[in-house]
Structure formats: C-alpha cells, structure tokens
Design a protein around this ligand. Structure first.
Ligand SMILES: [Ca+2]
Ligand SMILES: [Ca+2]
Length: 362
C-alpha cells in the first residue's frame, strides 16, 4: 500500500491522483519509546532539554525500499549552541533503537542506514566543531566509518541550535539509487548507495524512524512531519487490520495440519505470516488463538487435536519473532461450530483457527 501523508490541504492537484493521496499524518501510526511524546497534531518531542534523555519514534509498518521514499519535515534541534546530541533519521529492519548519548539512538544498530544531524562535537568520534550531518551505516558513529564525510548542516557553518524550525527533506530513488538529504532547502547529501543489495544484504523491507538523545549537555529535540510518501508493506488490507485491532475475531478456515501438526498449506502460512507482521507492528497487543474441529471422530480426540493445533500456531508465530508471552491458546474441539457439520463444506469451515487480538492495559 502506497502511503502518502500531507499536512496541508492547500494543494495544487493535477489529474486524479491528488485526492487519493491527500491524507493527514496520523501520528497513531508511530511507535514511541523512552522520552518521546506527541507534541501537537503533527509533531513529536523526542527529548526534553535535560541531561541523559533519549527518545525515538518509529513508523509502525515496514516499508519496501524497492520503491521511492520521500519525506518533508521540520526539525528543532534546541536553543542552546553546543548542546547535545542531535537527531538521526534511520532505516533499520527491526523496530529497535540503538544506544543513546553520543550514539543518538543509532549507535550499534546493524544493519542500518542513518542520516545523523549532530550538534555536539565528540572528538573521539571525529566530529567537526560545527553542527553537521553525515550518512552513516550499521550503527557506526565514528566519522572514519561514515559513508560520507561530516558536512556542515548550514553551508556558512552557522549554528542550527537556534530555537528555530529547520526544513528537512529525505528522498530515496531506487532507480538511480541516490539518497538525498536537504536542510533548509539546500542539498547537503546526495549519495549513490546500494541500499538494498549492500547495506541490507538484499532484503528491502525495513522500518523508518527518528531517534534523538542528550548526554552531559542537552537540548530539546523535536520533529514535525509535513509530508511523507512511501510504499508500506501492508500485511492485511486496511479494513481487516482495523477489525483485528478492535478485537474482532479473525478466522482461518480449513487449516490443514500434518502428522506433527506442521502447517501444510501455503495460503494458511501466508495468513499466519500476516498475523505475525501485524503483531510485530503492534507490540502493545496480545493474541488469543483458538483451535476448533468438526464433529468427526471422538469428542475427546477432537478436543486434544484442537489444543495441539492451536499450540502449533503459537509455535509458528513464535518462530516469526513473536514473544510467546503475548500468545494464549485454547483447544475448543468440536463444541463451537460456525456451520452445519452435515455437509463437507460446513465441516471445512468448522476446522478452523480463530484468533483475537487484545490491546494490553497500559
Ligand atoms: Ca551548534
Ligand atoms: Ca556528536
């Protein structure tokens, strides 16, 4: 699903595409961690102006880097010159923030790409004295390991911790393989890079987000998202996803299990993969998994089999990275048919896995 968010509704629209793309940024689509907070309709505060803080904001669904990515935003890097530490824009395959302080939430993330906007000079990392930006990879924050040299955020080397909003644009073009970064409408980085094949070892599916941190010095860090356009890897269509997130039951009919309760059918596996993606994207949810059978064979055996099959689903989801603590399962045997057991079609409907997602209490 192509996702375009626009802050403004005042657009020049040519052709029919415009109305389809017109959509406000929905901040609910982001996962916040540590000190990050929503701050107004389009903005996140990443850190307050206090020592040793860190905050990150990640878009909750993965995106596909074989498609273009374009984002316009405003960043605020604080009000105190020689404050710390800055903001990093990141692509990373996991929903995970790196180490903070001088790492700015990017340090140690492998594999990754980071556009580091750094306002604090760490001599041992070869930071220049001026506020700078650099393209970095694999969580390595020493400029000797950078893809680009550190480049002044402002070509006149002026201070960007000036209490003002600065326009930032990040663009990825998969055809030219050029990653662009603009600051205050001036191009600062335009780098050709094998993002998918080299950096991410052939896997184009990543998360994107922002991280910020303070250390012994500090600043308030804030980002406001003005416009984004990228291809989201949607596991379910929008309506199905909304139903799952509002705890409606989701049924996978006629699931075929092998002798060791392995899941045989590719379509069933795809459904479970989609559920796993959704659970990965929504860590605040847990899931109840129910196994159900038709009425063929002894009741007790059906109860036992449905229990084993529900457990097999749990194990499968666990193999896709879902913490088993988030998964509860029941075998309900033949007791809850959803169709008549007299027909073959009815029995197939009744042999099913039924799941519910539940939002955990805060
Ligand atoms: Ca500065
Ligand atoms: Ca630094």
């Amino acid at each position: 699903m192509r996702v375009s968010f626009l802050l403004t509704t005042f657009l020049f629209c040519t052709g029919f595409l415009c109305s389809a793309q017109k959509k406000f940024v929905d901040l609910k689509e982001f996962i916040l961690s540590a000190d990050a907070k929503q701050d107004g309709a389009q903005c996140f505060s990443l850190t307050p102006a206090e020592t040793w803080k860190g905050g990150s904001v990640w878009y909750r669904n993965q995106i596909d880097l074989r498609q273009s990515f374009d984002m316009e935003l405003e960043v605020h890097l604080g009000c105190k010159d020689y404050g710390a530490d800055g903001i990093v824009f990141i692509f990373h395959p996991k929903l995970k923030t790196g180490y903070e302080g001088e790492g700015i939430g990017f340090g140690g993330l492998v594999p990754s790409i980071g556009i580091e906007m750094d306002t604090y000079q760490n001599h041992h990392l070869n930071d220049p004295s001026y506020d700078h930006v650099a393209l970095m990879r694999d969580g390595r924050i020493n400029h000797h390991a950078g893809i680009t040299e550190p480049i002044p955020l402002k070509s006149d080397l002026s201070d960007v911790e000036d209490c003002k909003a600065h326009k930032v644009r990040v663009q990825w073009n998969p055809q030219t393989k050029i990653l662009n970064f603009q600051f205050d409408k001036s191009s600062r980085i335009s780098q050709r890079i094998e993002l998918v094949d080299d950096v991410f070892k052939g896997d184009p599916i990543v998360y994107w987000g922002f991280t910020a941190a303070t250390g012994g010095e500090h600043n308030r860090h804030r980002v406001c998202i003005e416009k984004t356009d990228f291809l989201e890897v949607a596991s379910f269509d929008y309506d199905t996803k909304q139903e799952l997130l509002s705890s409606k039951k989701y049924i996978i009919e006629d699931v075929e299990f092998g002798l060791k309760n392995e899941i045989l059918n590719a379509d069933d596996i795809k459904e479970l993969d989609n559920l796993a993606k959704l659970m990965n994207s929504y860590p605040e949810y847990s899931m109840i998994i129910e196994g159900h059978t038709d009425n063929q064979g002894p009741i007790k055996e059906n109860a036992l089999r449905s229990q084993e099959q529900a457990e097999a689903v749990v194990k499968y989801l666990q193999s896709k990275g879902i913490d088993p603590k988030r998964l509860t399962f029941y075998g309900l045997g033949e007791d809850y048919p959803i169709a008549p057991n007299e027909s073959k079609e009815g029995r197939a409907k009744n042999r099913r896995i039924q799941v519910f997602m539940q939002k955990n209490r805060a």
